[in-house]
Design a protein around this ligand. Structure first.
Ligand code: BES
Ligand code: MN
Ligand code: ZN
Length: 501
């Protein structure tokens, strides 16, 4: 897919399709107005007859509009003028892309980037349009024996910006959004891959593909080395599986030598059956997405290296599989973590924190600038925030604010939950330093409390993506690519290349 920006008037475009907005009720946008004038009222006549009201997402495809050079004109409803919000804007772009793809317009000039979206500039509108387009054109069909593809798919999209002055903004928006989209795609591809293919070794292979970029080196820590390092908690979770636990380390050195790295740690449970505390069968297949944190870290690393940001960043994919077996760890076991702290296992399905705690201790060796872990950690987070917001917990206020900022800028939203000491009491154990289970109340918070006990040596934030990493069931089932946009935006801000929005 090819994107570009230009600044021109609609009647001069010679394209398979030009896309213009119509406001509700039946009101032409300035661009649609221009087309209406040269077509001698053709469009306003249609609207008057009631063919299009202008509600958000409504579309009307016109052929051979008089005096218009383009073959087609696609009118897209944008709702009431001045009320167009970010969510509607993205939905309108998605609807436009689906329509263009179905109607055989292989190239198109889109004027929707000229619509007024509250509080957002051209950079934002172009960036969101590219990301929404790439998101919408994504399909995972590698494993279908017959691929069903559009006959004349959309190949080229030109976004029009109001003035020539804004061309440069639009161009950097395209560059940034393509890097983010490529990261999201990589995230979605590995996350959608079934668990008989995507195991910890597969995650490692995917990590290694980033070595084709400059300044990237990838290494792995297998079970033997984990045992030497005392990562007994991580090892315990994987012990019931025939697939070896493998921690993949992607090291990107784009910054100054000696600058402390930013470390991203992703939960990579390539399948979480629950282990001996086995899960109910309904939708258990979706626990292939329990490596969504690792996929998110991989995707963010991909975006980062493609942008070549001047930062040192280490991405960790904590690959593991949680299975029941005669060799599996059990409820009641007491594990000695790499930190030396002991944990009483009360539920083998609270395994993510047991893998992450050792990975979080492992990364102390980098003396990091900050650490962010990303995990499909708790069902409780889906109950609290649903599928719209990622849960954010952090013991460091400035880092939490930076992440919230990045989430608002990128449209990949997060919402903060508290991490107060009061909640820590729920982890008390009579037999070990603490347990891996905090009880029914505040499950997302107590899981983060557990992790916080292993992150005292650096600034740390935790992202619970249980609700946002994939769409559950139904026709749209599949990985979302989140939180790649948020993480990449965070890194872009850190690198100081953010464009004002
Ligand atoms: N991977 C799950 C969390 C999860 C469940 C994410 C459903 C998305 C959808 C995690 O390993 C888990 O099983 N957590 C338990 C923790 C509990 C045993 C304390 C949960 O949330 O039920
Ligand atoms: Mn689990
Ligand atoms: Zn899990």
């Amino acid at each position: 897919m090819e994107f570009s920006v230009k600044s021109g008037s609609p009647e001069k475009q010679r394209s398979a399709c030009i896309v213009v907005g119509v406001y509700e009720p039946r009101r032409l946008s300035p661009v649609a107005e221009q087309l209406d004038q040269i077509s001698e009222g053709y469009i306003s006549n249609l609207l008057r007859r009631g063919d299009l009201e202008g509600k958000p997402g409504q579309v009307l495809l016109l052929h051979h509009v008089p005096n218009v050079l383009s073959e087609r004109v696609l009118l897209v409803g944008c709702g009431k003028e001045r009320e167009l919000n970010e969510r509607q804007y993205r939905q309108i772009i998605k609807k436009t892309i689906d329509t263009l793809n179905e109607t055989g317009s292989m190239e198109s000039v889109c004027f929707l980037t000229e619509m007024h979206v509250k509080g957002r500039d051209t950079y934002w509108k172009v960036r969101q349009a590219v990301e929404a387009t790439m998101h919408s054109l994504y399909s995972f069909n590698q494993l279908k024996s017959k691929k069903d593809e559009a006959r004349r798919p959309l190949r080229k999209l030109v976004f029009n910006v109001p003035t020539r002055r804004e061309l440069a903004l639009g161009e950097s928006a395209i560059e940034h959004s393509l890097a983010i989209s490529n990261g999201s795609k990589m995230c979605r591809d590995v996350a959608n891959m079934p668990p008989n293919i995507c195991n910890p070794a597969y995650l490692a292979d995917q990590g290694k593909t980033l070595e084709e970029f400059d300044n990237v080196s990838v290494s792995t820590v297998g079970e033997k080395e984990m045992a030497e390092l005392g990562m007994n908690s991580y090892l315990a979770v994987g012990r019931g599986s025939d697939n070896e636990s493998i921690m993949t380390i992607i090291d990107y050195k784009g910054g100054n030598e000696g600058d402390a790295p930013i470390v991203l740690v992703g939960k990579g449970l390539t399948f979480d059956s629950g282990g001996i505390s086995i899960k109910p069968s309904a939708q258990m297949d979706e626990m292939k997405y329990d490596m969504g944190g690792a996929a998110g870290v991989l995707g963010a690393m991909r975006s980062l290296v493609e942008l070549g940001l001047p930062l040192n960043v280490v991405g960790i994919l904590a690959g593991c599989e949680n299975m029941p077996s005669s060799n599996a760890y059990r409820p009641g076991d007491v594990l000695t973590t790499m930190s030396g702290k002991t944990v009483e296992v009360l539920n083998t399905d609270a395994e993510g924190r047991l893998v992450l705690c050792d990975a979080l201790t492992y990364v102390e060796r980098y003396d990091p600038e900050l650490v962010i872990d990303v995990a499909t950690l708790t069902g409780a987070c889906v109950v609290a925030l649903g599928k719209h917001a990622t849960g954010l917990l952090s013991s460091h206020n400035p880092l939490a604010h930076e992440l919230l900022n990045a989430s608002e800028q990128s449209g990949d939203r997060a919402w903060r939950l508290p991490l107060w000491d009061e909640y820590q009491d729920q982890l008390e154990s009579p037999f070990a330093d603490f347990t891996n289970l905090g009880g029914r109340d505040a499950g997302t918070i107590t899981a983060a409390c557990f992790l916080s006990r292993f992150t005292k040596k650096y600034n740390w934030a935790h992202l619970d993506i249980a609700g946002t990493a994939w769409v559950s069931g139904g026709p749209n089932k599949g990985a979302t690519g989140r939180p790649v946009p948020m993480l990449t935006q965070f890194l872009m801000n850190r690198a100081g290349i953010a464009v004002e929005q």
